[in-house]
Each structure stands twice: as C-alpha cells, then as structure tokens.
Design a protein around this ligand. Sequence first.
Ligand SMILES: Nc1ncnc2c1ncn2[C@@H]1O[C@H](COP(=O)(O)OP(=O)(O)O)[C@@H](O)[C@H]1O
Ligand SMILES: [Mg+2]
Length: 285
Amino acid sequence: MVAEEKNNQASGINSNGVIVLKNLTKKFGEKLVLDDISLSIEKGKTTVIIGPSGCGKTVLLKHLIVLLRPTSGDVYLDQQRIDNLNEDELNQVRTRYGFLFQGGALFDSISVFENIIFPITQHYKITDWGEIDALVKNKLSMVGLDGFQNFYPAKLSGGEKKRVALARAIALNPELILYDEPTTGLDPIRSDVINELILKLQKELGITSVVVTHDMTSAYKIADRIIMLHKGKILADGDADYIRNHPHPVVQQFIHGQIDDEDLLILQSGETTSPSQFVSQNSKK
Ligand SMILES: Nc1ncnc2c1ncn2[C@@H]1O[C@H](COP(=O)(O)OP(=O)(O)O)[C@@H](O)[C@H]1O
Ligand SMILES: [Mg+2]
C-alpha cells in the first residue's frame, strides 16, 4: 500500500518526530502559502513558529491537526499518516491534542465550568459528576483560576480568558498542545503568565507544544526551537541563540521588529487605503 510505504519513509526521517510534515504544500486557489515544507516536531519539546503576518503560520499549525488538508505532501502523527483520514477518524486523533486558537473563543453564554467540560462532552458521556468537578478544579488550579467555575466569560479579563481557554485545552489530558498567538493582546505581565504556563505544562506533564507567535520575548523564553517562516519556506530553524545571531537580514529585521523592504514597497505603492500621507510624512524626514 502506498500509505505504508510513505509511513516507512517518514519514520526514517526522524524517529523522534511526534508530528512529521513531509513535503507539505498548501495552495488556496493559485495562491501558494506553504511551499514544500518538511518538518519534524520533537516529542516533549516546545517548538515556536515565527514570521511576518500572513506568512502562513496559522495555516501550518492547522495542518498539524489536519484542520486543513495539504494540497500535496503528508502529515504523520507517531509515524501514522493522518492527513488522509476521514473526519470520524480525525476526531479520534484530535483527542490527543489541545488547541488554543487565535481569539481564545470561549463560549460567552455558558460558565467557565461548562466551557472547560465542553471538549469532554464532545467525546464522552459524563456519568460521574464528582469526577468531573474534581477534573475542572484540577485544570483551573493548573492555570491559577480555581474558584472561577461559575463565572461567565464576560466577567473575565483578557488574560483570564486565555487561561480558561488553556484549562479547556488540557481538559482531555492532551499529549500535544497547539497555541496560536497565545499572548497577543495581553500586556507584558499577563503575557508572561501565559509563557510560564506553557513552560509548566511542558515540564510537569511532558506536553509537546507548538506555539505560533510574533512576540519575540515569548519566543525566546519558551522555545527549545524556533522556526521562521518566510515566503512559504522555512528560512531559519534553531534554538534562541541561533535565531538571535542568524545572519539572514530578513531574520534580523523580523526579530528586531523592523519593517522589511517588501512591506515598505506595498505601503508606498498605494495599495492600502490611506498610505500616501503616512509615506509622504515619513519620506520628508
Ligand atoms: N481558508 C483560506 N482561504 C484562502 N486563503 C487563506 C485561508 N486561510 C489562510 N489564507 C491565506 O493564507 C495566507 C496565510 O495565512 P495565515 O496562516 O493565517 O497567516 P499568519 O502567518 O498571519 O497566521 C494569507 O495570505 C491568508 O489570506
Ligand atoms: Mg495567524
């Protein structure tokens, strides 16, 4: 069988890889977003994906859990190909993941308690409510919010909402957690609480994490490995020191938060709604 052959090839790439992408290409219509990416996510480690806005970080993250299917190429979880599974099979596979997607997306009309048990109710019929109470208490304690069970999301701050979303993400004791911009919109102190939680989940529970961020403070703090995406390809891949000292000018521009030539060209070309004033003021200086 073709799938088996590919399985064997994937296990040959890197036996430590819990998730392996092989020659992954993603197009939306004619638009090429991911261009032949091969990547192996190591078990128990925190891999951080950085890159400019719109470069395909979220698209890449969604392929790791097959919320998007590749245009070509394969996705493997523990050496088993998963991008070709049907939705029922995928739902089973997805119980091994927790994910914290952009926006956090708590359900506003139900309590913190109900939000946290939501993923459980999707997969299991609850019979022992005592056990569920204890589980929710345990998950909320992990994120420092035990006692918030009966609150509604509207009463919570941005940082608290993210922490409840994280408690929900760990409700099914995942082996892997995917985070999409977990610190975006938070002030530095609240961001650091999230960084510490990501580290704690890795250290105490051995969870494999993949974190998309453009917050370099967060990236340096939590990453075992940082991967920079640019123009559909992996431009840089290494630990924090390696990335800090990377010779490529685009990497340096990105990590220092400078606008790159291409972005500047787009601004100057007048394609955005009101760039001319901004650009002309700048160029007068
Ligand atoms: N479902 C989709 N349909 C069409 N284009 C999409 C879709 N999802 C993402 N894209 C495009 O893919 C590119 C990468 O998006 P994304 O991964 O969200 O970027 P980011 O790096 O900011 O997370 C963007 O140009 C975006 O418009
Ligand atoms: Mg994104």
